[in-house]
Design a protein around this ligand. Structure first.
Ligand code: NAD
Length: 470
């Protein structure tokens, strides 16, 4: 057996391992009490601290903090509170005739000691959201938030320390090395949210212990706007979806396909709504955030410069300011396929547009890439919408809007292959953190008992009849 005693998180891990059965035995009422404490911290005690920390980290506007960081976690808690009792009940299943005399059920038992690794772009939402599911399922948790939003990580650390014992739930701050050390430990489940590149590292590390994983990854999420859509309304919604959080959203529209015929109307609507949302000078707007750090600013500026050097045309925006990590909402046409903008997930406020004449070109293009985390369709043409959905694959789709699919906890949230493995939110998030244990109880004599060795011709006949009739 591997010796982990020199791992700096060994003691913490061992404490949780020892405590996991006590936590696993907690009733739904005790779990809800734990969730209520988190709810109060977010709603009241630490709300202002969270807002201030996110402003320090990347000038995230207060309304966006409330709407995209605090509200989704509270909503997740409320959803769990309404449903946890029934989720934890033993789930009876039917008994086939051949097994008469028995009854069977599924027990949703906690996986045990879980690791949650979260990204920086919605640090509170994407750390505490999965934590809610893990608590609901009765696990102990070590949470490692991103090093790129240190002010927010510090507040989250204070919240966790204030609310929970570390042998139940702990948060460890630190650089990538912290994740690397944690990933060596034999967790029972790892819930990772981040880039596909790091997702592969996590999956490889998990394979050493056959630890199950949920990977909430990213990629390029396309938008299709056809000539039957209401262009003005579609563009208004698109601008919200793309530029909220300054474009640093996993399900943000990454690039747009528009029907050739609507190009002039699309550009006009884009200019109009950018001014309406963020004024003529978005850098002075309280509604527009910043790029998280210099590294990501330089990455995005590099993508834009690269596209321009390959003859891309900026239709709107294009201004940036390094010392403020500011990039103006930017719309680009004629972006060459081999440019950085089209080869990588953009994850920032730059929106390339491609034009098409035939929807099959769009479908073929999308299918030539990894399965997107989200695919958006703006159209009034039901047949066209169905054709696109049936002939493509994606983690989620929102029709005539964008991002909103994330907010419905009755829907599973997650990707497929390159954009992720497993799902989060509501019941689907709860399922990631439980083992669905099958239980069969024999009450009376079982038909199978009649077939035990020695095998005779009579027993063979019973088997033949069973196969034929049951
Ligand atoms: P990232 O993959 O760089 O980092 C995520 C976490 O992994 C951080 O906590 C970081 O400390 C850790 N990490 C980084 N490198 C590591 C390594 N070599 N070994 C072990 N751990 C490591 O992602 P990010 O930049 O924080 O976030 C952006 C990415 O996350 C984008 O691709 C985005 O699409 C994706 N994302 C996905 C979702 C989703 O729900 N599917 C949500 C938000 C972000």
């Amino acid at each position: 057996m591997t010796d982990y005693s020199d791992n700096r998180y060994f003691e913490l891990f061992e404490k949780q391992k020892l405590n996991q059965f006590a936590i696993g035995r907690t009733t739904y009422k005790e779990r809800i009490k734990k969730l209520n404490r988190l709810k109060e911290a977010l709603e009241v005690t630490y709300k202002q601290d969270i807002r201030e920390a996110l402003f320090k980290d990347f000038k995230k506007p207060q309304l966006e903090v409330d709407l995209t960081e605090i509200y989704p976690v509270i909503d997740e808690i409320n959803f769990v509170k309404s449903n946890l009792k029934s989720w934890l009940k033993k789930q009876k299943v039917d008994t086939p005739i051949a097994l008469l005399g028995s009854s069977s059920w599924i027990r949703h038992e906690p996986k045990g000691v879980c690791l949650i690794i979260s990204p920086w772009n919605f640090p509170v939402n994407l750390s505490f959201g999965p934590l809610v599911s893990a608590i609901a399922a009765g696990n102990t948790v070590i949470l490692k938030p991103s090093e790129m939003t240190p002010h927010t990580s510090k507040v989250m650390h204070a919240i966790i320390k204030d609310l929970y014992d570390e042998n139940d739930i702990a948060l460890v701050e630190g650089e990538v090395e912290v994740s690397q050390a944690l990933l060596k430990l034999p967790f029972n489940h790892i819930f990772f949210t981040g880039s596909p590149q790091v997702g592969k590292i996590v999956m490889k590390a998990a394979s050493a212990h056959l630890t199950s994983v949920t990977l909430e990854l990213g990629g390029k999420s396309p938008v299709i706007i056809d000539d039957t859509s209401h262009i003005d309304k579609a563009v208004k919604k698109l601008i919200f979806g793309k530029f909220v959080n300054a474009g640093q959203t996993c399900i943000a529209p990454d690039y747009v396909f528009i029907n050739d015929a609507i190009k002039p109307a699309f550009i006009a609507a884009f200019k109009k709504h950018i001014i309406a949302f963020y004024s003529e000078t978005p850098s002075a707007s309280n509604s527009y955030g910043r790029i998280v750090n210099e590294k990501h600013f330089k990455r995005l500026k590099g993508y834009l410069d690269d596209a321009i050097s390959r003859n891309a045309e900026i239709a709107v925006g294009g201004i940036s300011e390094e010392k403020d990590h500011y990039i103006e909402p930017t719309l680009v046409f004629d972006v060459s396929e081999d440019s950085e903008l089209m080869q990588n997930e953009i994850f920032g406020p730059i929106l390339p547009v491609k034009t098409y004449t035939n929807i099959q070109e769009v479908i073929d293009y999308i299918n030539s890439k990894g399965k997107p985390l989200a695919l958006y369709i703006f159209s009034k043409n039901k047949k066209q919408i169905n054709t696109i959905i049936k002939n493509t694959r994606a983690g989620s789709t929102c029709i005539n809007h964008n991002l909103l699919q994330f907010l419905n906890h009755n829907l599973p949230f997650g990707g497929s292959n390159t954009s992720g493995i497993g799902k989060s939110h509501g019941y689907f998030g709860f399922l990631e953190f439980v083992n669905q244990r099958s239980v069969l109880k024999q009450h009376t004599i079982s038909a199978v008992d009649l077939l035990l060795p020695p095998y005779t011709n009579f027993k063979q006949k019973i088997v033949d009849l069973t196969i034929k009739w049951f």
